[in-house]
Ligand binder design. Structure first.
Ligand code: UTP
Length: 651
């Protein structure tokens, strides 16, 4: 494990730039509600983009930032971790004021040491309206959070980046820090001083293009002129501006969320054009010098552009700065970029918002011997132990699982088997029931038999040559997964939902929302933590169902769990969350399992642990946990099996 530790001293970071898709200017307008309560809250749909800032960070005595990139012209920043000095550096303004502002804020409110941040690459054009300053602020907050375990959720990071930036002479709006959420659209609500952020689930790919109009605009003048109408409108023109950034914007952003989540690119494109028309009608008259924007409008009216897009609009403060288009498809996206570059001399970028890859595949390792159910497992695989389901049928536990996967429309299921069990599984799933038996079944049982035949067609068998543990078993399905995210289930756990949505479906919904590997967890008593993988984190949503993970520990001691792994919630001061038995794992997890299998990184039982791989990916890329509304039933040991038999399937 030494190698992992060494690599972990230095952390890798990436923060994307951001693009406001709808609702520009409504951030500062919504803020004014704290003075004029008649103002409608601001709403903006914002997304991280593919371009961004890359860096590495490690603990150090002082706070320093360096880079070999040409944008830095050989300059660097170094300052003691002294709140007043850092604050003074922020106040002075200039290139490093942002990083100093965030470091001063963290230094003031958290117990941290210093840090060295190296900016290694920057694919984000500076001063492009894509908020490179906000990205660097988020990067500093993120680095401190990771290095010093500050337990900040994404909204917390965003707030610190904002307050840090507020300590500089720059006045960036609140929507800039949306880059903390990664390349994923979010809806931000600006209600006076209150800020709320929610992820939007993308259903179908959206092929955006954005381009620098190469014309220039005066953001300070735009903001100055628009701000004259706030907090109170004095005339008709100012009242119309309030309408545009208030009620009109509320309706437009709410339609935008609907279209994004329905995957309706055509309607979304039309909405962009509608939003631009509204802006021209009600906002532009407040600052005609900057907002008449002839270069922007020429490109919006360009026939070639129109033929390739569903719609287009300005970006950010608007004016002749940057333009965004929604291309009709991937090919149109490429053609448009080529056209803007060659014919219009613009720098153009693609931004494809993709749905979090839909999970189509599931993996269930069942190759373990099942020592804890000996002597039963001498003859019968524990996955075939019977339970009575809700429908009154007595089923092998594995069938309960497979039925649930079928119901949530999983297309392919990989069972990881021990070679000797090949016939066992083939006999059960692949052979038709002899006609003489089939004919004896009731109508309902015949229907169920047909269901087994149908589910069997989804099954693929993969073999684990040697039983080297759960992680090793999972790794055998890497080719089956083929870089897609998969739903991983234990073979000896079944689930019962408290709602109409199956527990596994709830988990997939959470994964599609957050786009990171996600582990289903449930609360267990402190005395029980010693038996399970325990997951700790900070709440990522108000409902307290999603945790951004900050620690994962396999079978920790009670003392260790009490000190480091407790999660407090609104309902209970201290909770301990153990694996529920279902995971969405991604290529990163398979890669890390491969690393452990190759180097034989094993636990004291000689087993490759999934938990180690999960913890590595958590540290490197982030990971979430989800608390399904339901229960999981273990059949892997005698006491749990007895409980499952008496409780499972009861209405
Ligand atoms: P367990 O940790 O419960 O191991 O595996 P086990 O061998 O089944 O049972 P005990 O601990 O000896 O009583 C969790 C899941 O991972 C599979 C098991 O079949 C079970 O579904 N597994 C475990 C494998 O496929 N291969 C292994 O090497 C170990």
């Amino acid at each position: 494990m030494k190698e992992i530790k060494a690599a972990n001293n230095k952390i890798n970071l990436f923060v994307p730039g951001r693009l406001c898709l709808f609702g520009e200017h409504s951030d500062w307008a919504g803020l004014q509600k704290s003075i004029n309560s008649g103002i409608v809250p601001g709403y903006a749909v914002v997304t991280g983009i593919e371009e961004g800032i890359y860096g590495t960070a490690e603990k150090a005595d002082v706070f320093s930032v360096t880079s070999r990139l040409p944008e830095y012209h050989g300059s660097s920043f170094s300052c003691e971790m002294d709140m007043n000095r850092l604050r003074a550096a922020a106040r002075e303004g200039g290139f490093f004021s942002y990083v100093a502002g965030v470091a001063s804020y963290i230094c003031e409110w958290y117990h941290v040491g210093g840090m060295h941040l190296e900016i290694t690459d920057m694919t984000l054009p500076m001063k492009s309206g894509l908020s490179s300053s906000a990205a660097i602020c988020v990067m500093v907050a993120k680095a401190f959070n990771k290095l010093y375990d500050l337990h900040l959720n994404t909204l917390g990071l965003m707030n610190i980046a904002y307050w840090g930036e507020q300590r500089t002479p720059s006045r960036c709006g609140r929507l800039d820090q949306a880059c903390a959420f990664g390349v994923n659209p979010v809806i931000m609500t600006f209600d006076g001083n209150e800020l709320d952020v929610e992820r939007i689930t993308v259903r179908k790919p959206l092929y955006y293009v954005f381009a620098d109009l190469m014309a220039g605009k005066d953001t300070v003048k735009i903001l100055g002129d628009l701000n004259r109408a706030y907090p109170f409108a004095h005339n008709e023109m100012e009242t119309r501006l309030h309408e545009a950034l208030g009620e009109d914007n509320r309706k437009i952003t709410s339609r935008a969320i609907t279209y994004i989540s329905q995957g309706d690119a055509e309607k979304l494109g039309e909405l962009m054009t509608e939003a631009q028309a509204l802006f021209d009608e009600k906002v532009a008259p407040m600052c005609p010098e900057e907002l008449t924007a002839p270069v922007l409008h020429a490109i919006l009216d360009d026939p070639t552009v129109k033929s390739l897009t569903y719609g287009a609009k300005g970006v950010g403060s608007q004016g002749d700065g940057t333009v965004q288009f929604l291309a009709r498809d991937e090919a149109a996206q490429e053609q448009l970029i080529a056209y803007l570059k060659s014919e219009k001399g613009m720098t153009a970028y693609s931004l494809t918002l993709r749905p979090s890859a839909v999970v189509r595949k599931a993996v269930i390792p069942v190759a373990g011997f099942g020592t804890r159910l000996y002597p039963e497992t001498r003859g019968v695989k524990k996955e075939f132990c019977p339970v009575v389901d809700k429908d009154g049928l007595v089923k092998p536990a594995i069938l309960v699982l497979l039925e649930e996967l079928d119901q949530i429309e999983i297309e392919e299921i990989c069972l990881i088997l021990n070679k000797e069990e090949k016939n066992y599984y083939e006999d059960f799933f692949m052979k038709a029931l002899p006609m003489e038996h089939y004919n004896k079944l009731s109508k309902d049982m015949k229907a169920y038999e047909d269901k087994i035949r149908r589910i069997s067609k989804k099954l693929r068998f993969v073999f684990q040559e040697e039983q080297k543990g759960f992680g090793h078993a999972v790794y055998q399905s890497r080719d089956f997964a083929a870089s897609e995210p998969v739903l991983l289930l234990l073979g000896d756990t079944i689930y019962q939902s408290n709602t109409n949505t199956a527990c596994t479906r709830q988990l997939l919904d959470a994964y599609e929302q957050v786009g990171q590997p996600t582990v289903a967890v449930h609360a267990v008593a402190l005395e029980e933590v010693v038996h399970y993988g325990i997951f700790s984190g900070v709440w990522e949503n108000k409902e307290e169902t999603i945790l951004k993970l900050t620690a994962i520990s396999e079978k920790p001691s009670c003392e260790n769990a009490k000190d480091y792994l407790a999660v407090s919630s609104r309902k209970q001061a201290e909770n301990y969350y153990a694996a529920f038995g279902a995971y969405v794992i991604t290529k990163d997890v398979y890669d890390r399992l491969g690393y452990a299998v190759e180097r034989e990184i094993v636990n004291e039982k000689g087993e490759v642990e999934l938990t180690d791989a999960l913890d590595y990916v958590r540290k490197e890329k982030g990971m979430m946990a989800y608390i399904p509304d339901g229960r999981s039933y273990d059949i892997g040991n005698a006491a749990a099996y007895r409980k499952t038999v008496t409780e499972f399937g009861k209405q």
